[in-house]
Write a protein that binds this ligand. Structure first.
Ligand SMILES: Cc1cc2nc3c(=O)[nH]c(=O)nc-3n(C[C@H](O)[C@H](O)[C@H](O)COP(=O)(O)OP(=O)(O)OC[C@H]3O[C@@H](n4cnc5c(N)ncnc54)[C@H](O)[C@@H]3O)c2cc1C
Length: 497
């Protein structure tokens, strides 16, 4: 029998991120993944600034960057090419200290994550190993059966985290009920590799042509994602035919310009698990929620789950918090996830119109609405919804992401991004020397760290507070005076069971 602190089922991007975060915290973790290698074909094509900040924390941002390109524009066009909706993130300063949006190559990202996990001796990864059943789940931990090459083994762990994707066995073994938004559309998804970029759409386009709703997205350099909605009389088999694919690509590329590298038919839907924690079992990523890809946020949401969960698991396992802290995980993550799913479905409902008359009415309404709106920067993820309820101390700026300055300087001459300079854990940012808790790093602005842009000082001044307590996931626990904040943190960490 294997004993460990955490068992992770599933080693997709969410399981990989969680394993790396737990490994960095020195937590004994066993990961089981039924496949033998990284899934070679990307599903996700986009991630946002907050996700890059998490890669930064894990030390893989530099390895990921060559496989990305920044993308600022995203247009919805009608059949005639008129713009119905246009997002432009140019000039938008994302709070995380990175570009607002990146297009990327998922297998390269997953390889960088897996390589990073190898650096952590407390994490063991077993590929070709399946979570078969959860045999016990109570307040003290779990017992599960895993299986490899037809051989079963028992695992006992304090917590099991199901990162096992949309069909999650973990979810089915606990209270597997899903809330269904009733959006369910079949699309052909293909990826291509081009010899050169000339003539290819340089940014994201949703072609809202009722004859064939189509998405075109740049991915990493030379790679593009194309998505074609199926008509009611079309089947996956007919759509996956190479001749059919060539016909669909004809309006977009010159003959021979791109090579087809993958093809698949997906059903896009919006689903949220009703229960994300059942005693010692928790769900993260697609096992907890699935969404249509129109906002490029499915994987991003799962990565946020991992970042939210990792420090809470660490606090509970190291005896710094009551296990009830883990109930704040769903309280914090579900409202944000739902808001994003609802946004993605709203975008999907614009795109997925196949009736000509309904499309004409949609176009008229959207063109008029656009004409009435002032031009300027327009963000599809307007300041990503923060954390509204959960592990928080209500005060100005609570639940927001702390802006990361890229020009932080320490008294001993270190210079760079704030998170790199301050490291992991809780921070108490303040303007005056004070005392703090042993597990909270005291950061006196202007003494320990100076933000050369002045943005951080202004941010604190605007909150009308002398201090801000920042959580390990860089969300603001609260603002106020240092004593009030450390007392509130102590009380919050000992939430009664
Ligand atoms: C066409 C398309 C486009 C998308 N575009 C974007 C985008 O641009 N941006 C974005 O953020 N998201 C996007 N997404 C969503 C994104 O791909 C998913 O949200 C993301 O892959 C979920 O990651 P995960 O780790 O939770 O699950 P998965 O990637 O599904 O990984 C789950 C893993 O668990 C393993 N597993 C399953 N059962 C078991 C078991 N019993 N035992 C052991 N292992 C098991 C599986 O083999 C798999 O490796 C898109 C999705 C699609 C389909």
């Amino acid at each position: 029998m294997i004993e460990t602190e955490i068992l992770i089922a599933g080693y997709g991007p969410v399981g990989e991120t969680l394993a790396a975060l737990l490994g960095k915290a020195g937590i004994n973790t066993l990961v089981v993944e039924r496949d033998l290698d990284v899934y070679r074909y990307p599903r996700a094509a986009h991630f946002d600034h907050e996700i890059m900040r998490i890669w930064q924390k894990l030390g893989i941002a530099e390895a990921v960057l060559p496989w990305t390109r920044q993308m600022y524009e995203y247009e919805f066009r009608n059949a005639a090419g008129d713009i119905l909706l246009r997002f432009d993130q140019r000039g938008i300063e994302a709070p995380s200290g990175w570009a607002p949006s990146y297009m990327f190559h998922q297998p390269a990202l997953e390889e960088a994550l897996r390589k990073r996990v190898e650096d952590f001796p407390t994490v063991e990864v077993r590929l070709g190993t399946t979570l078969k059943s959860i045999d016990r789940n109570d307040a003290n931990g779990i017992a599960a059966t895993i299986s490899a090459d037809g051989k079963d083994e028992q695992v006992c762990a304090r917590f099991l985290i199901g990162c096992d994707g949309g069909g999650s066995l973990t979810r089915r073994q606990i209270d597997g009920e899903l809330f269904d938004y009733g959006f369910d559309e079949p699309w052909l998804v293909i990826d291509t590799l081009a010899k050169h970029e000339e003539g290819l759409p340089p940014f994201g386009v949703q072609s809202c042509d009722p004859k064939r709703p189509t998405t075109v997205m740049p991915m990493s350099p030379l790679r593009r994602r194309w998505e074609f909605m199926l008509k009611p009389d079309e089947t996956p088999d007919t759509m996956l035919d190479d001749g059919k694919i060539a016909e669909l690509l004809k309006p977009w590329v010159k003959p021979g310009q791109v090579e087809l590298v993958r093809k698949a038919v997906y059903r896009f839907h919006g689903l949220v698990a009703k229960t994300w924690r059942n005693k010692s079992v928790l769900l993260a990523g697609d096992s907890a929620h699935q969404m249509p890809p129109f906002m490029g946020q499915g994987m991003c949401s799962g990565i946020r789950d991992a970042d939210n969960l990792a420090w809470k698991l660490e606090a509970v396992l190291r005896g710094r918090a009551n296990a009830a802290l883990l109930d704040t995980y769903q309280q914090e993550r579900e409202p944000q996830v739902r808001q994003i799913i609802e946004g993605a479905i709203a975008m999907g409902r614009i795109v997925c119109v196949q009736d000509e008359q309904a499309a004409r009415m949609r176009d008229q309404g959207m063109i008029a609405a656009r004409a009435a709106k002032p031009a300027g920067a327009n963000d599809p993820l307007p300041g990503l919804p923060g954390v509204r309820a959960g592990f928080l101390h209500p005060s100005p700026r609570t639940g927001e992401l702390l802006p990361q300055t890229t020009a932080a300087r320490t008294a001993d001459g270190k210079h760079g991004k704030l998170d790199d300079i301050l490291g992991d854990g809780f921070w108490l940012l303040t303007k005056q020397a004070t005392t703090t808790l042993s597990h909270v790093k005291l950061v006196v602005l202007g003494h320990d760290v100076t933000d050369e842009t002045g943005r951080l000082d202004k941010w604190l001044d605007d909150a009308g507070a002398s201090a801000a307590l920042i959580r390990p996931d860089r969300y603001v626990f609260g603002t106020g005076n240092p004593d009030e904040l450390t007392t509130a943190l102590t009380v919050a960490l000992h939430i009664p069971a």
